[in-house]
Design a protein around this ligand. Sequence first.
Ligand SMILES: [Cu+2]
Length: 293
Amino acid sequence: MRRTLRVALLGVTMLVLAGCSEADKHQIKNLAMPDRATEQGPYTYELWKWAWVAAMITGLIVWGLIFYAVVKFRRRSDDEVPRQTRYNLPLEVFYTIAPVLMCVVFFFHTVRVQDVMTELDKQPDVTVEVTGQQWSWTFNHGVGEQNPDATGEDGDYAYDSYVYTSGDGNEIPTLVLPVDQRIQFNLRSPDVIHNFGVPSFLTRMDVIPGRVNKLQVTPTVEGTYAGKCYELCGVYHSRMLFQVEVVSQADYDAYLEELDAAGQTSDKPLTGGANVETQTGLAEDDNQEGSEE
Ligand SMILES: [Cu+2]
């Protein structure tokens, strides 16, 4: 009986593993998280990993007790009812305190990691003004020296001039960032709540109309990543994708010059979104006019 069970278990395990591609194995090793591409990413990943460890330990104990009870106290031919335990005070105290303690530990580590993820350095290397509009993104990059005292609020911007790029319903925008620089994103929305997130950065933040949310990350690995809106924000929410390219400082500077040469310049960041009136679905009739400019 025990042997049959063991063979069956082995068979199932092998079947499951045989169905795994290299990509799947990578995913399993990463606990379904993307590779970390920022300085802050590992903090989120460690929290995720240890939450799994804690959940697995709890699970093993619970499953063990369930199977023990199922086997030990299974119905036998003599129909004898096992001894019933009621009002066992030590046991009740234990199962009240244990979950509370577990929650305290989870809470402590969650707050610890959250503090790292939301920490705002007073002097980030680069500030990018991000506008999330229905249904795309506008990225405003500052040109020249950054004013470290600028609050980013009420028109108090960190740079004197900007270059920008913007997506629309047909084309997703690309957010180009320099590697190994602490980047601050000032997040604004002219319409509804969006959420700015890049899975490989292992962080994201709400973009709320009427306020400026600030998020800082330090990308450490050059490459191309996917970004998206994480907040259901309307009919074409699914089109609110963007691409992230983390490049060398030289390539970043060249990119800013490229935008400048293309005439995508402005004194102030476009906080309404460059194409905000011309989005698919918004003012459908004027759409042709709008997109021709
Ligand atoms: Cu959105």
